[in-house]
Design a protein around this ligand. Sequence first.
Ligand SMILES: Nc1nc2c(c(=O)[nH]1)N[C@H]1C(S)=C(S)[C@@H](COP(=O)(O)OP(=O)(O)OC[C@H]3O[C@@H](n4cnc5c(N)ncnc54)[C@H](O)[C@@H]3O)O[C@H]1N2
Ligand code: MOO
Length: 406
Amino acid sequence: MRLDLSVPDALGAVLATARQTEPETVPLADALGRTLAERVLAPEAIPPFDTSAMDGYAVRAEDCAHAPLALPVAGSSMAGAAPSGPLAPGTAMPIATGAPLPSGADAIVPVEWTERADASQDERVQISRAPEAGRYIRRAGSALAVGDAPLASGVAVTPAAIGMLAAMGLGSVRVRQRPRVRLVVTGDEVAGPGAPLAPGQIRDINGPALAAQIDAAGAEVCEIVQADDASGSVAQAARGDADLLLLTGGVSVGPRDRVLADLSASGVVWHFWRVRQRPGKPLLFGTWDGVPVLALPGNPVSASVGFEVYGRPLIAAMLGRASGAEPINARLGEDLATARGLHTFARVFARRDSCGQLVLTSAGPQGSHVYRTLLGDGLAHLPADWDLAPEGSVVPYSPFAWTPTC
Ligand SMILES: Nc1nc2c(c(=O)[nH]1)N[C@H]1C(S)=C(S)[C@@H](COP(=O)(O)OP(=O)(O)OC[C@H]3O[C@@H](n4cnc5c(N)ncnc54)[C@H](O)[C@@H]3O)O[C@H]1N2
Ligand code: MOO
């Protein structure tokens, strides 16, 4: 087991264990937020046929070249049906927006360029302007040709992706199975919501917060288990089928911090312990029969930040996600304290200044127990060799999974 890794080394070791989950087919209605398991090739053209972009008349452009003029009206083409027949030379065919272009026509005259005394009786339409050939016609495949690949493997299924899939006539889609995460919350001291707090007890933050983070990262919690501080309890709680085992608490050096020893005895191979970072330094990582085991510290800020920094990219890799939410550069709007010798993940608010540049300010006191700083927008990465991160310096910034990028 390696000790006291740098953040990039720790992240590299975590990602090296990622195995992509199997693909599965889901109906479009269930696909939102999932990740495409394969490139989607258009099986149909959009539009599927040459169509009119305007309500008006389908004509031959050459018949209208000397407008103003009048043409006899013949046939019709309305949306949802084939045209009544081909366009006879020297005539105009009423056509609706989205209706198929009759063969023989090569231009549309919009209604606004025409006059017709009484559409039910008048057999002729007065045309005031000559359309050029091709005007107001949307050619078959002009929005998407058969075989085009508008959606790449590894992209998230957004509402727009669902619209695109529907446009191609697809009712279901191949996505990666959500990684199933077993979440073990350790410690005698935690109590669930509503329960009276016995002496020495505190509220369980990590169980609910990490379960929500797992969901936001695109995985699913298959089970949340509470382990007490008795010997053997962690190992028993950890046992069960999962793609990722996530634990919180009990990774430091206290007399009841049993995660390392208990799980070693159960067969977990630990890859590293402790990362030169704050918060989250005592983090433990290993594998159990090939399944990654991420044991986060119990301090709630350390647990949530540790998940964002290691758990979320690991899940993204298991999903085959094309982008793993790489940090972006942003400017510090005020001095931020650093933990000398440790890579500091400062919880910050992010705003745009008048030039559109992203500016970061502290989300509050940065102690590992001050959970409200997670109500900020994301993490500023402050280098380990800085005594202080001064106002005006440019640093990497990672928005939280639940923060819209501004
Ligand atoms: N002698 C040392 N002590 C500690 C060190 C150290 O290097 N030497 N590291 C400190 C750091 S940094 C951290 S982070 C914590 C991590 O400790 P553990 O992972 O063993 O976590 P616990 O002791 O179980 O809990 C720490 C803290 O968090 C509270 N907690 C735990 N679980 C929850 C939960 N589900 N919801 C809310 N709060 C929780 C717990 O009550 C403790 O206050 O170790 C330091 N100590
Ligand atoms: O690393 Mo601990 O997470 O600083 O409190």
